[in-house]
Design a binder for this molecule. Structure first.
Ligand code: ZN
Length: 144
């Protein structure tokens, strides 16, 4: 199996079985984001302890890139502080910008999120991949 095929499998797995998609009843903050270019919708709800995320819910509808990215984000951010989340978001954005080389070896830093690296070849899809992250930033804005 090529790396490209492997990445595709990882994306489809998150798309079909999204992680942390159960609603949060006691969320401290919520936000909803849309990507009109593609019709993607993502809703993010978070529970915070100080500035650490203790639980998260990501739901939505749209293309496989946006929904899989939301699932991967949800899995990655539980337990992270604001600074750690910002660092992760920057790494992810860096991976999606075409002038930054892919991490070597693959999988070393971003886990499943690395499967979205191929999105850099499709600039209109980068907004899809980033939608959950911009929605998360809105949910946490002004909280800490
Ligand atoms: Zn999309």
């Amino acid at each position: 199996m090529s790396l490209e095929q492997l990445y595709r499998e990882v994306i489809l797995d998150h798309y079909r079985n999204p992680r942390h998609s159960e609603p949060l009843n006691n969320a401290d903050s919520r936000s909803e984001g849309v990507n009109p270019m593609c019709g993607d919708e993502v809703a993010v709800a978070i529970e915070l302890n100080d500035d650490h995320i203790t639980d998260v819910s990501v739901t939505g509808k749209g293309c496989s890139i946006s929904q899989a990215s939301g699932s991967m984000m949800a899995e990655a951010i539980v337990g992270l502080s604001k600074g750690e989340r910002e660092e992760l978001a920057e790494k992810f954005k860096g991976m999606l910008s075409s002038d930054v080389p892919l991490p070597d070896p693959p999988g070393s830093t971003l886990g499943d999120m690395e499967s979205l690296a191929g999105v850099r070849e499709y600039p209109v899809r980068i907004k899809c991949a980033l939608l959950p992250w911009t929605t998360l930033a809105e949910a946490t804005n002004g909280r800490h």
